[in-house]
Design a protein around this ligand. Structure first.
Ligand code: ADP
Ligand code: MG
Length: 433
């Protein structure tokens, strides 16, 4: 990683229109963006906001309708020789071996034939593909193919490495491994790359990897804000700062696209109605979010979902209520749609999920109230009896008991509170205190 701080790339009022006549529309509207040497920037936004369009413009694969693109202060003309793009699914030549696929890129750079072999082997070694040089792409897993894609992009020794949702087509484990490897290459300084621009629609991924997150929205595609991530690598997904950053990015996204329409209710003792926790298990909630994440547009007709998930409609409605309360989904006109946070949750690792869940749960008044009670209690511990009695001021007796159960399950999952079954005592997780 370079510490030098020159401006590499500058977009000034870049606008891209597509289509003609009636069909003409503005896909990207007056985007201004600077990328300096040493920076890892994530471009985050919903599908269709123009992220890929911007990457193609930066790589010089297309010229914008208006606005300026400067590379090292010079207007960009034609393909940017200093940039390389890795796409979501990297197009490898199926008839060439892994090593040959990398050598092609070296040849294109004019590297003499005698040097290509050793250089390709070295690059493959660096992305963790040692021993797979003579394999063919079809023999590799998605994650390994994407690694070949990285090695090929690296063969170009790009000053600017552009990644277009590089992990989104991979299974969870391969994606996680590859994120780690990319970060190692980047922070270890073993590649000549001066800056990385990564497109993603995954908040957690952006916060995990980037130094700066440029948040975009659509209709038309534009930059709505920027969030700096001042956390050293390797980042701890469970740390308070990490969670707070995820929340801040989410708030930015949500704040720009729609007001917080969910009625959170009030906590016991506060004026207004105390909203009970929807009595569902985290596992069932996760199941709903995962299913929605598989659907086109992350959206489903609620009525159809009942059949699809084979659950009772009252159970489904409670699940949906929980998803809305936590900001994972929104409901309109009989359809339920995942929010960007819900999508992030569905795609996150277990730790990432816990982190997101905890950050959201802290905002739910009833839960916040319970945490406050525990913090105020002697040693951060409260007898179940006491919690029940407090809840019974708000809810009927049997419901108060079920509320306590739900709070225990959710709190344990989020690692915010714990419950000692033997002593029947609630206590606060030391890490959450
Ligand atoms: P993202 O990568 O954020 O999903 P894109 O840059 O792919 O967004 O697309 C932004 C918008 O422009 C979308 O509405 C898309 O359909 C449209 N679009 C993208 N490329 C073209 C093209 N070559 N011709 C016409 N419309 C396009
Ligand atoms: Mg795209």
């Amino acid at each position: 990683m370079s510490t030098q701080n020159g401006k590499l790339l500058e977009l000034r009022q870049v606008t891209q229109a597509y289509g003609r006549g009636e069909r003409r529309f503005i896909a990207v509207d007056k985007v201004t963006l600077t990328l300096s040497a040493g920076e890892f920037v994530a471009l985050l936004g919903p599908s269709g906001c123009g992220k890929s369009t911007l990457l193609r413009i930066i790589a010089g694969l297309q010229a914008p309708t208006s606005g300026q693109v400067l590379y090292r202060g010079q207007p960009l003309r034609g393909v940017n020789p200093h940039a390389a793009i890795v796409f979501q699914t990297f197009a490898l030549f199926p008839w060439l071996t892994v090593q040959e696929n990398v050598e092609v890129a070296l040849k294109a750079r004019g590297i003499p034939a005698s040097l290509r072999g050793p250089r390709a082997v070295d690059l493959l070694d660096r992305v963790g593909l040692d021993g797979f040089e003579s394999a063919y792409p079809r023999e590799l897993s998605g994650g390994m193919r994407q690694k070949v894609g990285f090695a090929r992009a690296m063969a170009v020794e790009p000053e600017l490495l552009c990644l277009d949702e590089p992990f989104s087509a991979l299974d969870v484990l391969s994606a996680e491994a590859l994120r780690g490897e990319l970060l190692e290459l980047w922070t270890g300084g073993s590649i000549p790359t001066q800056a990385i621009l990564m497109v993603t629609h995954n908040i957690e991924e952006a916060v995990f990897m980037a130094d700066r997150i440029v948040v975009m929205d659509k209709g038309p595609g534009r930059v709505v804000s920027e969030v700096k991530v001042e956390l050293p690598h390797p980042r701890d997904r469970k740390s308070a700062v990490f969670l707070a950053t995820i929340d801040r990015v989410y708030a930015t996204l949500a704040g720009q696209t729609e007001p917080e329409s969910v009625e959170l209710g009030s906590a016991p003792g506060e004026p207004g109605r105390t909203r009970p926790l929807p009595e569902v298990s985290v596992a069932d909630l996760a199941g709903l979010l995962e299913r929605l994440n598989e659907m086109p547009g992350n959206r489903a007709d609620i009525y159809r979902l009942t059949e699809d998930l084979q659950v009772d409609s009252s159970v489904l409605l409670t699940l949906i209520e929980a998803a809305e309360l936590l900001g994972f989904a929104s409901v309109a006109q009989g359809d339920i749609t995942l929010t960007p946070l819900g999508e992030t949750f569905a795609e996150a690792s277990i730790l990432g999920r816990k982190a997101i869940f905890a950050a959201r749960l802290r905002r739910v008044p009833l839960f916040r109230w319970l945490l406050t009670l525990l913090k105020a209690a002697q040693g951060g511990r409260l007898d179940r009896e006491v919690v029940h009695t407090a809840l019974e001021l708000e809810f009927p007796r049997d419901m108060a008991a079920r509320q306590a159960e739900t709070a225990i399950e959710w709190g344990r999952y989020a690692e915010l509170l714990a419950y000692d079954d033997a002593d029947e005592v609630f206590y606060i997780e030391p890490a959450a205190a």
